[in-house]
Design a protein around this ligand. Sequence first.
Ligand code: GUN
Length: 283
Amino acid sequence: MSAQVINGKEIVSAYRTQIKEEVAILTQQGVQPGLAVVLVGEDPASQVYVRNKAKACEEAGIYSEVHTLEAATEESDVLQLIEQLNQNPKIHGILVQSPLPKHISEEKIVEAIAVHKDADCFHPVNVGNLMIGKEGPAPCTPAGVIDILKKIGVEIAGKHAVVIGRSNIVGKPMAILLLRENATVTVCHSRTANMADITRQADILIAAVGKPKMVKREHVKPGAIVVDVGINRLDTGKLAGDVDFDDVLDVASYITPVPGCVGPMTITVLLRNTLEAAKRAAA
Ligand code: GUN
């Protein structure tokens, strides 16, 4: 039996319509949500992501400004820009696209963003709040994955969820959000022994490793739900996820396509974070 391919476009479109309506109401009340995106350098993938984020803002009625800085920009100049954005009342969310050039400390930059304007949930204070279940911005990709699972009607509580990858951006916050939904969570990573033995126990398998087509059918329990967070550019120029889609298709019950599901959902959560930050500023 072939897995059901999750229709990301449909989920994202319904979600963004809802956000757009809320943005319009808030704007009418005099507060238009605003997002600032900072891009340092010319990484082609980052340029595409930033363009997509700005376009999504425009479609949702969210004010956005993109600050593109040369790769050689001094760290102090980036910090100065962030301070200006922290003070700017038109801006409710700030996002500094990663990766940054080597001479700039990601840690310093993230910590310079005002906690209440942290659109990514990268600031240590927000990461801490996430850990203890306090209100704050959602980590965009992991929260988007939870939204997708809920949208297709998966009961997460009691399920065994296995996350492959332990990055600060996806793997770790993903595990925390799944725990919050009462899943039993296992995290696999590059040093995990006998990975397939573990991933084959997963009712929900989330791949966030950044290695194209790494997850094969032998990693997947028949009937598992497979969510692919990876976006990898192949030598052919085509995009591929971390999951070997064709190999896994007739083993899983549900599978997310790449591109077209987790990526656009991540941006949708970013829009929601900006909206929520604007609501808090308006309150
Ligand atoms: N680079 C890759 N993904 C992300 C993301 O979600 N946020 C930021 N700021 N940079 C990224």
